[in-house]
Design a protein around this ligand. Structure first.
Ligand SMILES: [Mg+2]
Length: 359
């Protein structure tokens, strides 16, 4: 159900006892039913965002959004939950960054197919004790990023949550017919590549878990300084130049996401530990430079939103201004292996870093 500009406050009975649901009156009435809207700037932003996309024929204000699919293209649709205490904590993460991460997850999925994002839909369930200010700041983070990527918020819904904040983002994108880069296209002997650096987000999260400060040096995480960026331009370049045989975005960690490619493509993989680009963190020291995160963070940590792809073609060291690193190769034999600096090989298990389980 799209966000309706014509409803000031609409509340209807919800199947859950004691809860109400409402259509987002983001145009005039605020996002959360029964809460006052104090942020004129926010309304302006939403309207600007809603007007921003050529693909949206009818956006906020009707029963459905009407989208225009470019001629000769197919639709891409992805949906992702952002749940309090599972994906973020209110006392760790600023609301702007929760909003930013929420949209980044969706954009990153579109990037992984080599697609172009067209429109965003957001549904939120919010407990009554969450201040309007939190919601406004969450939306600001999300909408600022939407503007960066020129993708409009074309609809959404709200409900009251009994426990915790839940946001579900839907991103609709497009890709030329038959050209989406799938997880299933890798062949044995393809080389394996990643964009950017890995593990910075997990390293920051581990520090937060130990109640240690996370400063500017941990900029890869969704902290105040973070800029994990969905690699939309890189994904499109790899698709246009037919470089990637299979691709996935790194949301759950290299080992977990690589396993998805292996399973869908029916190949195995060998990763060279020394080749994995580990994020630089910590204070810069004259003699030492910055230190790199532990290999475990780079292998198993999530929330990096880099691209992992396979290729039998020549791959440039940089694509769309982003570093690309070869980290291994696919194999005929099933299973994933990690080759250490000593040349010895050992099994690589998906999500082998148990520390992150249950966070
Ligand atoms: Mg994904």
């Amino acid at each position: 159900m799209p966000i309706r500009a014509d409803y000031r406050r609409k509340a209807v009975r919800c199947p859950l006892p004691g809860a109400t649901v409402g259509t987002l009156g983001m145009g005039v009435g605020g996002i959360v039913i029964g809460m006052p809207l104090g942020e004129k700037m926010l309304i302006k932003q939403i309207r600007r965002s809603a007007r921003g996309g050529e693909a949206v024929v009818t956006g906020i204000g009707d029963d459905c959004a009407v989208l225009r699919v470019p001629a000769g293209h197919e639709l891409l649709v992805t949906t992702d939950f952002t749940i309090e205490k599972v994906h973020f904590r209110r006392h760790w993460h600023r609301p702007e960054l929760v909003g930013r991460r929420c949209l980044t997850r969706g954009l990153s999925d579109i990037a992984a197919m080599g697609g172009e994002p067209l429109a965003v839909f957001l549904s939120m369930a919010i407990p009554s004790d969450v201040p309007q200010k939190w919601v406004d700041r969450f939306l600001k983070g999300l909408l600022d990023l939407a503007e960066e990527f020129k993708v409009p918020l074309a609809g959404g819904d709200t409900a009251q949550s009994a426990t915790g904040i839940q946001a579900d983002i839907v991103v609709v994108g497009s890709v030329p017919k038959g050209k989406a880069v799938l997880r299933s296209g890798a062949k044995p002997g393809d080389q394996i590549y990643v964009t950017g650096e890995l593990g910075g987000s997990a390293a920051a999260l581990a520090r937060l878990g130990e109640s240690k400060p996370v400063g500017a040096e941990y900029f890869r995480h969704f902290s105040r300084y973070s800029r994990p960026q969905a690699r939309v331009a890189v994904g499109q370049w790899l698709r246009q130049h037919r470089v990637a045989s299979a691709m996935i975005d790194l949301s759950d960690g290299l080992s977990t996401d690589l396993e998805h490619i292996c399973q869908e493509s029916h190949v195995g993989a060998e990763i060279e530990a020394e080749a994995v680009p580990r994020a630089q963190v910590g204070r810069w020291k004259k003699e030492l430079g910055k230190k790199r995160v532990a290999l475990e963070f780079a292998l198993h940590g999530g929330d990096d939103y880099e691209l992992l792809f396979t290729s039998a073609e020549a791959v440039p060291a940089e694509v769309a201004g982003v570093r690309v690193t070869r980290i291994g190769r696919t194999t005929q034999s099933a299973g994933m292996r990690l080759i250490g600096a000593d040349g010895k090989s050992r099994p690589l298990k998906a999500g082998g870093w148990e520390h992150f389980r249950g966070n």
